[in-house]
Design a protein around this ligand. Sequence first.
Ligand SMILES: [Zn+2]
Length: 344
Amino acid sequence: MMAGGQWFPFLLLLGFLVRGIHGSAGDADPTYRACVEQCEKTGSVGNVSISHCLFSANDLSVNNTWYMQEPLYLQWKQLNCRSDCCYYCMMQREMERATLGLSPVKYHGKWPFKRIYVFQEPVSAALSALNLMMQFIGWLSFSILVNYKLPLRPYNKRTYYEYTGLWHIFGLLSMNAWFWSTIFHTRDFELTEKLDYSSAVALLGYSLILSLLRTLDVKDEATRVMFAAPILAFVTTHILYLNFYALDYGWNMKVCVVMGMIQLLMWAIWAGMKRHPHRSKLWAVVFGGALAMLLEIYDFPPYYRYVDAHALWHATTIPLTYFWWSFIKSDAEHRTSVLVKKAK
Ligand SMILES: [Zn+2]
């Protein structure tokens, strides 16, 4: 039953090997660097001119204005100027590299993608939006099930299922993470990147707590706090570290892989041992999740400049989300029927 067991240490090891991939060969290239610097000064790359980099005399005189919003507008322009310069220089450099017969390299931790309108990574952005929708649908149908379809406890009108509140928080954190993922893949700025990483870490940390509480059947409030406190403290410190000290991709990847592995293992062992009536759904998510994690680790350059491993990873989470909420709903139904029988 635990045929996938030997995969986990292997995956863990792979996680440690990917360190440094985000160091990015592309943006270390002096030709690329010179291009970006030149572009920011002149506002043009080859025959493309970047309007955001052209500051008129009117724009520059706004520093001494009475109106506080003007400097913000300038900052926004500078941010876009830099982003556009990086994009066009990357495209130019990649074209040169292709004519020399060289394979694509990463720039600032990401593969070179073709933009569609404002969308920097259109496929990942669209898939993130779909994930957001799937999470919303899953959470909504769970809420309807526990509040309207299943019986409530007669004395306090609360659900019989002991994990309702915890799954609501999970739903909200998931939707938050996919929202910021959509924004980040649309426009990659320092701020959107930090928001995306922080939300993803928060979700992963929270789902680790939830996996421990559910698989170990922790129902008592005090014991729940005891489980949650150290993980919450660690995850909070990690998020603060990423935001205010160093956005270290290698270290973050290790933290995420370890937190992901522990919860996959917990669910897998629990499903096997407890003979939960709906364990097949759980198996689907655990094995699907482990395979999906491989995609995130075996990173390959984008096909046709659009679809890379990360985009595919976002595609696999769509069916996984469906199975996951389906499992949560079955778990709620199962626990409720057990508790109702006990009460009678
Ligand atoms: Zn993503």
